[in-house]
Ligand binder design. Structure first.
Ligand code: SF4
Length: 382
């Protein structure tokens, strides 16, 4: 029985980082009974991360609307009338003020997004200044500015940008049904420019756009077979916006969304899998299943920044009810010292056990600590 065979593999074989995923393997994961899929994803999550820590990012739109691209899901596209209020590039001081507010509310990474096809030369000095000043607050920085050529990617990296977000959105086959103003290859070449410049990559997609499971398989296969897995993999649920061509698309079964998160966790065991757009529309139970399936990063949207915002409070309450704590990379130094102590304890325990009573669960715990200390990317990066 294939399902049973796959969940009885050793943790080591399950957690190996691979870039050669076959379509049939990914289809088989999606087809597993729900509980088996979640069990496998949760085991891989635990082998690589603290399962009760969730990284929190905040997104600020630094330039809103009038985008020349025609992404059929997007309220910011100039091709559709969504009654969105357009805004020019924000002043640097305003961006820094918003970043400070986000930091004070527990966000460790500040993401800045501009509705551009690609940044113009005249905008670059402002964007670079934003990066430097937000970094100066002790936060990680991420930007999403559209397509980048090599020179632009290098300039952003030189200013200290940690992450660049550029989503693949969907499978190569379905892409043309969602966007026609740029190609899948355009996306891939921006991702290559970002990597070559030495930045980390935030790259995922959107589900619930009327695509089939085959397309979700295709999207995850593309992401997992990139030369390096993206460090962050946002899995978005379509938010239907009045005025866009996808406003009336049929709802996706929430369990299929959870399955997509779980398969992403299995294919990219060391990446942060992020719940972003669409999370606010999910109920608490669906979000809890996503955390169990391996999601370990969320967005607080920019509208959640004010202190008395009930939705922000709701997120905090949900974390409390689930026993989840926010991950803060600013505290990594003390965590590393703590892990050194754990490592010493694990080594001592291993010597005592001398292999005789060394069960699979102990082995997995030891691997988690050792992997972090040898600097494997996902475990050590945040
Ligand atoms: S490029 Fe970005 S901002 Fe522009 S329409 Fe597409 S998703 Fe929206």
């Amino acid at each position: 029985m294939p399902a049973t065979a796959s969940i009885t593999q050793t943790p080591e074989s399950q957690t190996a980082v691979r870039h050669d995923w076959k379509r049939s393997e990914i289809e088989a994961l999606f087809a597993l009974p729900f509980n088996d899929l979640l069990f496998q994803a949760a085991a891989i999550h635990r082998a690589n991360f603290d399962p009760n820590a969730v990284q929190v990012s905040t997104l600020l739109s630094i330039k809103t609307g009038a985008c020349p691209e025609d992404c059929k899901y997007c309220s910011q596209s100039g091709h559709y009338n969504t009654e969105l209020e357009k805004e020019k590039l924000l002043e640097v001081a305003r961006v820094v003020e918003e970043a400070k507010a986000a930091r004070d509310k527990g966000a460790s990474r500040f993401c800045m997004g501009a509705a551009w096809r690609s940044p113009r030369d005249r905008d670059m000095p402002f964007v670079l200044d934003m990066i430097r000043q937000v970094k100066g607050l002790g936060m990680e920085t991420c930007m999403t500015l559209g397509m980048l050529d090599q020179g632009q990617a290098e300039a952003l990296a030189d200013a200290g940008l940690d992450y660049y977000n550029h989503n693949l959105d969907t499978s190569p086959e379905y892409y043309g049904k969602v966007i026609t103003t740029r190609t899948y290859n355009d996306r891939l070449s921006t991702l290559a420019n970002v990597r070559d410049a030495g930045m980390k990559v935030c790259c995922g997609g959107i589900v619930g756009m009327g695509e089939q499971r085959d397309d979700r398989v295709g999207l995850l296969q593309q992401l997992a077979n990139l030369p390096h897995h993206p460090e962050s993999v946002p899995i978005n649920m379509l938010v239907k916006i009045e005025g866009t061509p996808l406003a009336d698309v049929a709802d996706l079964d929430p369990f299929e969304f959870v399955r997509t998160v779980a398969v992403a966790r299995i294919l990219m065991p060391e990446s942060y899998v992020r719940l972003s757009a669409g999370r606010q529309e999910m109920n608490d139970e669906a979000q809890a299943l996503c955390f169990m399936a391996g999601a370990n990063s969320i967005f607080y949207g920019e509208r959640l920044l004010t202190t008395d915002n009930p939705e922000a409070n709701h997120d905090q309450q949900l974390f409390k009810r689930l026993g989840i704590h926010p991950l803060d990379p600013r505290h990594e130094a003390s965590d590393e010292a703590h892990e050194e102590a754990i490592k010493a304890q694990v080594a001592e325990q291993e010597a005592e056990d001398a292999g005789l009573f060394y069960n699979a669960m102990d082995k997995r715990s030891a691997k988690h600590v050792l992997d972090k200390d040898t600097g494997r990317p996902a475990a050590a990066e945040h």
